[in-house]
Design a binder for this molecule. Sequence first.
Ligand code: NAD
Length: 356
Amino acid sequence: MKEFTHEAQPMRVVLRPGAAVTATPGEAERLGLRRLLVVSGPRGAQTARAVADALGAACAGLHTEARMHVPAEVADRAVETARGAGADGCVTVGGGSAIGLGKVIALRTRLPLIAVPSTYSGSEMTPVWGLTEHGVKRTGRDPSVLPRAVVYDPELTLSLPVPLTVTSGVNAVAHAAEALYAPDASPLVALTAEEGARAMTGALPGLAADPRDLDARGRALYGAWLCGTALGATTMGLHHKLCHVLGGTFGLPHAETHTVLLPYVLAHNAPAAPGAMTALGRALDTDDVPNALRDLTRRLGAPRSLAALGLSEDDLPRAAAAAVSATYPNPRPVTEAGVLAVLRAAHAGDAPDTAR
Ligand code: NAD
């Protein structure tokens, strides 16, 4: 018998081309919101303005200062802007950075959030917030930061450059992969994660060839939704811990680091997670998931090693020590020697060793 606990998240999800401007006002109305602050990063300002225009009188202002990893001073200014505008809700337009800023506004003000994602980060499906103070990123879970509605618009992602499309897509696959072996996964989460990984890895080659393929963009967003749902329902393991360390302490870029590391962490965890590997094997149509993933990302032009991302070999022992300093669930016991071996292989970009 399969024993499990499953908790469904109370949110509405809309996916259709054009939805950013055609569906967001209706979602706001449904939630009874009349004064929304629209939040984006500087690069997403134009799209955010289009959403603000669509909201019309229900828009209380536009704030375009979101930055990666939600620096505390950026969060303070955004909360002030929301309060000053008398906002009764917040719409984020953009990737994980814009959503992250909206989440901290929600955490501090309890304003409801609507997310209009433009990458595959999946943050819109999770109750996890993050805030960076004095160079250290703190994260936490709070139901108040979970968006009440998510509006997926494939047209918004047409402008996502191919390198970011690929790495953001593999970032989503990493959520599915670690959800599949998470101790709090349920059968529904497992189905969601497998289908998410299938949809995303299926869409990426077409998008690398033609990033303006609207149908493939829709399939990738569908995959991102499912992978994000799996992320929001489970506790992540070694892969996410390592990415957090390499991003937070060594300044490595978020999605690229996920992309380089994932095959190596999966090769390491594979012997202790046969069910997850079988599910991922079905999704990717392979019996060697780590090497299939590495081959896919290489074919699509993604970075090939931690060295290529600028990490020095001398930093590997410090990164391994940091990754074992906290406790988190992982199918295989986490040891400093094991983590260092993963990091060394990923640093060199060698083929992942699946024979262990
Ligand atoms: P991001 O939001 O910083 O976007 C990356 C870059 O892409 C930015 O320069 C942005 O302007 C640009 N961009 C975004 N959408 C675009 C589009 N459609 N067209 C052209 N350019 C576009 O990065 P991200 O990878 O989406 O998110 C990473 C952040 O999200 C990290 O801080 C990470 O920790 C966080 N995150 C949080 C969770 C969570 O559950 N809390 C989950 C995943 C990621």
